[in-house]
Design a protein around this ligand. Sequence first.
Ligand SMILES: NC(=O)c1ccc[n+]([C@@H]2O[C@H](COP(=O)([O-])OP(=O)(O)OC[C@H]3O[C@@H](n4cnc5c(N)ncnc54)[C@H](OP(=O)(O)O)[C@@H]3O)[C@@H](O)[C@H]2O)c1
Length: 279
Amino acid sequence: MDIHKVYKAFIYTWLSSIAAILQFKIPSCALMKVTFKYLVGIDGPSGYGSKTTAEQVTQNCSFSLSSQLTAIITGATFGIGAETARVLAKRGVRIVIPARDLKKAAMVKEAIQKESPRAHIILLEIDLCSFSSIQRFWAHFLSLGLPLHILINNAGKFSQKMEFSEDKFELTFATNYLGHFLLTEMLLNKMVETADQTGIEGRIVNVTSVVHNWVKRDHFNFCQMLKPNILHAKELSRQLKARNANVAMNAVHPSIVKTGITRDHKGFITGMHFPFLSF
Ligand SMILES: NC(=O)c1ccc[n+]([C@@H]2O[C@H](COP(=O)([O-])OP(=O)(O)OC[C@H]3O[C@@H](n4cnc5c(N)ncnc54)[C@H](OP(=O)(O)O)[C@@H]3O)[C@@H](O)[C@H]2O)c1
């Protein structure tokens, strides 16, 4: 076993415990065991573990099937979303990147097309913390007349200051949860319709985090911001089953990855945390 990985896992488990204690919530042995397992990279029941890459997960995807698929990936101008877009495009999926900064999105598109010259990538403007911007994106997307098989609600913000969106909601909550909730509601009929017409199961994925467990009820913090994404996935999944829709809804934890998410939190603790924990 790689001693470096064990060291990382040990440090993480230790930091998780401290964080949980600071939240007055001692993690159960089961939670610590699961956390330890994925940090060491032991495969779970799916056959994949935290060390598995997106390329490995998708390597057996049939190109003929994936070339029929259209996916919207929010937050694909950086980090986890950009990597998701790169790999899905490589497998032949048509990618729609909603972005608030179209210049950044164009750079991502160029990089993907360098690797996969036939990749079909569409860039559309959206600001997830503005309801009117989401409505404009929705109208623009529908006007393209494309099917929609996959929606990955990935964009995220971790705001340090108390800031508010134009609709007067706290900015992290507005971006991570409210924006994605509205976007999903608006695109749902399109997804159900596409699944009915093509016979291909649609998929909605909320990218969130296991840190939603570190929630102290009376404390408004980042972990608490992630809880609604889990509840949204659970409730919408129940509703989709109840209406017999051929669309599945999941929430995922992407492990710990050094991305731009901590850009507002540069400092000793964050700086110390990521070299040890990021994969
Ligand atoms: N990194 C981790 O260790 C980790 C762990 C657990 C969960 N997650 C989750 O994974 C997801 C992706 O995070 P990441 O680590 O890849 O973060 P990241 O590198 O900061 O990327 C965030 C993306 O979201 C976009 N975004 C932010 N606010 C937006 C808005 N108002 N409208 C449209 N797009 C917006 C950003 O676009 P701009 O380029 O315009 O800023 C960027 O493309 C997040 O939901 C995060 O909570 C990450």
